[in-house]
Design a protein around this ligand. Structure first.
Ligand code: SF4
Length: 356
């Protein structure tokens, strides 16, 4: 297990999560070392390019693995300070949380033959103990209450609608309503607003914020879009090639990212780059966790890379407000030119620009 900042107040802690896929030719690495804290009743964002391990790390800890789970998962996962076997997903109600995932396309989840009300009352029948004949009215009342919480109509007409009669935003809200009805503890939203128009997406983001802040659920928001992450996340984890490369609170992350990859992600985002500076593209291709280069997996694309980076894998080192995996990170906020790592190493200065 790597060095990491352990936060005893975190509800969900992941330490050194590794995963490999079984294949006739052998084990194929999927994750190498995912380490992060996911606080309760807040939104934690996981960002990174495709193949970085965003989705697979959450699938690994929850057990919601594709293809029935033809994977080996190792590492420490703690929920409220108690060890949890990765992949149990509510199997032991005393220790393991219930996870639910929300994906980009709600149509793949909703049953086209079930009405809105049936979707919710069926979930409530199994999740909330409203099972007897007398409980039918309770289920309907609870379903209407949940529809209201996710900003959907509660009238009889809407209750009897079929999914195909709803807009994409309404379908996504219905999926979220089912997750709430299922009394899940951890909601994982995987690129859940990507297919929505900007206004509808903004309302869904507000809903995630409400689910965390007012309903007390833990929300993990997986996204490519740092602008939406900045809007709702309290903490940010950046993944690259199956490693956590940076984790910190959102305010510090957006004001002073320390890992070169984090900074390049921001500089390449049209809405986040510094005003007046040209939009920059991250050079090269993302590295696959299955075949990382020796040393730091980011070194082929990194403008700060030194010989050490090509030979030695950096560890995730705790710092103020989070942790970073880099031999030559940018200085901590307020530390400016006093950054000892950079001074001693001869690494590029904090003001350098990438891809130049
Ligand atoms: S360890 Fe080296 S190559 Fe890797 S991100 Fe840091 S400076 Fe760049």
């Amino acid at each position: 297990m790597s060095n990491t900042a352990r936060n005893r107040y975190s509800d969900l802690e992941i330490h050194g999560l590794e995963m490999s896929a079984h294949h006739p030719s052998g084990e194929i690495p999927v994750l190498h070392d995912i380490t992060l804290n996911i606080p309760s009743a807040q939104v934690t964002a996981i960002v990174g390019e495709s193949g970085s391990g965003k989705t697979m790390s959450m699938r690994g800890i929850s057990g919601l693995l594709p293809g029935g789970g033809n994977f080996t998962v190792r590492g420490d996962v703690l929920y409220n300070g108690r060890h949890l076997a990765p992949g149990t997903n509510g199997a032991d109600s005393e220790t393991s949380p219930k996870f639910a995932m929300i994906f980009q396309d709600p149509k793949k989840v909703l049953n086209p033959g079930l009405r809105v009300g049936q979707h919710l009352t069926e979930v409530l029948r199994y999740a909330s103990g409203f099972t007897g004949r007398d409980s039918r009215l309770q289920r309907i009342e609870r379903a209407q209450e949940i529809l209201g919480r996710v900003d959907l109509p509660t009238d009889r007409r809407f209750f009897r609608s079929f999914p195909h009669e709803l807009s994409g935003g309404m379908q996504q809200r219905l999926v979220i309503a089912c997750v709430v009805a299922g009394e899940n503890d951890v909601l994982i939203a995987d690129e859940a607003i990507t297919a929505l128009d900007s206004r509808t997406a903004a309302r869904i983001l507000d809903l995630f914020h409400d689910i965390a802040g007012n309903m007390g659920k833990t929300v993990v928001y997986i996204s490519h879009d740092l602008k939406t992450v900045e809007r709702i996340a309290s903490h940010v984890a950046v993944l690259y090639a199956g490693y956590t490369v940076e984790y910190r609170n959102s305010r510090d992350f957006f004001s002073m990212p320390r890992h070169p990859y984090s900074r390049m992600l921001m500089e390449s985002h049209p809405a986040l780059r510094d005003r007046g500076r040209p939009l920059r593209i991250i050079p090269g291709e993302a590295v696959s966790p299955a075949d990382p280069p020796p040393g730091c997996p980011f070194h082929p694309r990194c403008p700060r890379a030194q010989q050490t980076c090509r030979e030695v894998l950096p560890q995730l080192i705790p710092d103020t407000g989070g942790a970073v995996r880099c031999h030559f990170p940018y200085p901590e906020k307020g530390n400016g030119e006093k950054d000892s790592t950079r001074k001693n190493s001869g690494a590029p200065g904090a003001g350098e620009q990438f891809n130049e």
